[in-house]
Ligand binder design. Structure first.
Ligand code: AMP
Ligand code: GLY
Length: 421
């Protein structure tokens, strides 16, 4: 079959890499892609936020299946437009994508389904938010209601920081994402990313991972989109998984169905675990990045079969063959990320890292120029390794990272520390 993947980050490189290994995949296109993706997939010159452009391309090229990586095209209505033309698509509808796009929407679902989550309130103006902060305990968490590329969350240690944050959010620092904000209770515990495919009826768990959101070693520095991940997350016991499904995921899916906006795609639950009890921090309606990279190296070619079953609404027939393995991915970012960083610096020696058995180097923000790979974003490369155990995967991934010659890049040296403990 002919497949089109939308997106151009490390997540999409991992998806393209795994899908292309499946014999069902005869031809794969990707828009906009990146220097790594373009070695596997044919570059499609498309604006992925324009549903009509995507539909036309699919008709012209007789595309059989579209896989949507990031949230932005989902919210632009791309999945809806494709389904309207009977083009098989992996990715939820725009309406169901509200689970990620609006934190207040998700909080409301949590209230009606009695889903464990941090106690919160939504605010539209400075005065009422300020009054709330006067009588709050600290730390407290302030979040822009809408999408802010993983940067719209501030854990405020004091009232002063919280007040500054609400002031800057409501004065337009995040555009419309900050038109309203959420103030919520700080949840202590250990974080877990949990992924489940859903076709509206059947749930198929497809793995767990732990991300590292802070920029620097020791979980210090500003929040980022994620500096590295490993899978599986040892926190996830069978008993915990049962609770996550029954107390959080199933009620959410049921409510979405009863409201006439069934969820079809991958639901990514960001969870906080304390004393064996899960609380929902947030939903995403896509694979995590870099969590996807560790899931894909563990799942390999079978990912295409399960994504197809999900899109065809026959997940009840789907099975995943899990190996007893572990994977880890270390993000190399441009110095200065997540704030200011420059583009266009040269990265050398990627191929030496790739020669290590079990290692894949997925590209995120890269491009090629006269056969050189150039940094073209904040998060740039994802050095990823699958091995029989986390310790070995960790050793090899850092051996590989050390071989890459890029003085303008940096990475965390402690990815996976909780799992190794
Ligand atoms: P989010 O974008 O909602 O995933 O938030 C980004 C990060 O902020 C999360 O991965 C957590 O590390 C942290 N966070 C968000 N909400 C809370 C909370 N209520 N309590 C503690 N940490 C939180
Ligand atoms: N790694 C976090 C995210 O994809 O939202």
């Amino acid at each position: 079959m002919k497949i089109l993947v939308l997106g151009g980050g490390g997540r999409e490189h991992a998806l393209v890499w795994a899908i292309a290994q499946n014999p069902k995949c005869q031809k794969i296109f990707c828009a906009p892609g990146n220097a790594g993706i373009n070695k596997i997939a044919t570059h499609a010159d498309l604006n992925i936020l324009k549903p009509d452009e995507i539909v036309d391309f699919c008709k012209n090229k007789a595309i059989d299946f579209v896989v949507i990586g990031p949230e932005a095209p989902l919210l632009a209505g791309v999945s809806d437009a494709l389904r309207l033309q009977n083009i098989l698509t992996f990715g939820p509808s725009k309406e169901a994508s509200m689970l990620e796009a609006s934190k207040s929407f998700t909080k409301e679902i949590c209230r009606s389904g009695n889903i464990p989550t941090a106690i919160s309130e939504t605010f539209y103006d400075f005065k009422s938010a300020k009054t709330y902060l006067e009588r709050s305990d600290y730390p407290i968490v302030v979040k822009a209601d809408g999408l802010a590329a993983g940067k719209g969350v501030v854990i405020a240690e004091s009232k002063k920081i919280a007040l500054n944050t609400i002031e800057s959010m409501l004065s337009g620092r995040f555009g419309v994402a900050g038109d309203s904000l959420i103030i919520e209770e700080f949840l202590p515990g250990e974080e877990l990313s949990y992924f489940v495919l859903c076709d509206g009826k059947t749930l198929l768990p497809i793995g767990s991972a732990q991300d590292h959101k802070r920029a620097f070693d020791g979980d210090r520095g500003p929040n980022t989109g994620g500096m590295g991940a490993y899978s599986p997350a040892p926190t996830l016991t069978k008993a915990l998984e049962k609770k996550i499904l029954s107390k959080i995921i199933k009620p959410t899916i049921d409510i979405m169905n009863s409201r006439g906006s069934p969820f079809l795609g991958v639901l990514y639950a960001g969870l906080m675990i304390k004393d064996g009890e899960p609380s929902l921090i947030e939903y995403n309606v896509r694979f995590g990045d870099p969590e996807c990279q560790v899931l894909m190296v563990r799942l390999g070619a079978q990912i295409l079969d399960v994504l197809l079953d999900c899109a065809e609404q026959k997940l009840n027939e789907s099975r995943i063959n899990w190996a007893n393995d572990s994977a880890i991915s270390v993000v190399m970012a441009t110095k200065g990320y997540p704030a200011n960083y420059k583009k266009g610096t040269i990265i050398k020696n990627i191929s030496s890292a790739e020669k290590i058995d079990g290692v894949e180097v997925f590209h995120a923000g890269t491009k090629t120029d006269s056969n050189e790979v150039l940094a073209n974003g904040g998060r740039v490369l994802n050095i990823t390794c699958r091995e029989s155990n986390l310790k070995l995967a960790h050793k090899k991934v850092y051996q590989a990272a050390a071989l890459i010659d890029w003085t303008d890049g940096f990475y965390r040296n402690d990815i996976g520390w909780r799992g190794l403990k």
